[in-house]
Design a protein around this ligand. Sequence first.
Ligand code: TRP
Length: 327
Amino acid sequence: MARILTGIQSSGASGEVHLGNILGAIQPGIELSKKKENEAYFFIADLHSLTSVKDAKVREMNVRAVAAAWLAFGFDTEKNVFYRQSDVPEVCELTWYLNCFTPYPMLANAHSFKDKTENLADVNAGLFDYPVLMACDILMYDANYVPVGKDQKQHLEMTRDIASSFNHKYGETFVIPEPLIDERVMVVPGTDGRKMSKSYNNYINIFLADKQLRKSIMRIETDSTPMEDPKDPDSCNVFALYNLLGSEGQIEEMRNNYLGGNYGYGHAKQALFELIVEKYKDQRSSYNDFIDNPDQIDQLLLMGAEKARETARPILNKVRQKLGFRV
Ligand code: TRP
């Protein structure tokens, strides 16, 4: 049995999950979790969000939106372990212990910190220490594999270094985790053609009500080829998204429409809107049921936290004992 663990960011400004998150993280994560030989520990990294998000309501909304999206796409919380990071406060204790084994230069070299050194007054100690909390997220649960994006590779290397050096000093304690970095990661284009991202504000949130969803699709940037003229599907942002979501037949049909002329970008956008509404009918409705029943979300996450704590406690005790703290 392999334990797959990953943290899900929840630091967006408005509690929104977009198509890039769904195609790039949620669906591949759920696929991994379904394999018989895997057990997935997936958690919402709300403690990490405190390095930037200070508003309690915003945090709460973000956590629920992220949880509702994973649940709506069918993440199985019975087979797996789904929890809020902050519901397992043991991770903060481990973070203190491992802080005291983390060399300052290692953290000073982290890209996540180095990117911000121009304005050091804005860097809080939590942000500086972000990689150690992340290492503890992983080491706390004997995780074997950690699926992450390329940008997290360095954090995984630090985790392995911290774990190995502790094991070297105190004997086998932590499992050394392997990163699972999918080099083929799907790049989902946003409404302006750049990678879909919260920070570019070019994202499509499929859980919006029809009217707003349609509006966000109509916002996709296109060139000014007149309606009557043939169009190049391969340089069009609308087609690029349709191409990721449609069936072979649907894609072929739209390609022919583009090449044939008398087919405007407005038609293509309308077709994309209809495709999204149809394709994600069940998930959209399930998402809204969860958002309307936050207690149900909280209950599922708490059940996950109970399971997570059972795994965490003996590992934390092992560390306490090795360091001369009472167990
Ligand atoms: N830092 C990760 C990100 O930005 C989120 C994260 C927090 C994480 N803790 C983790 C990922 C532990 C994997 C394992 O995406």
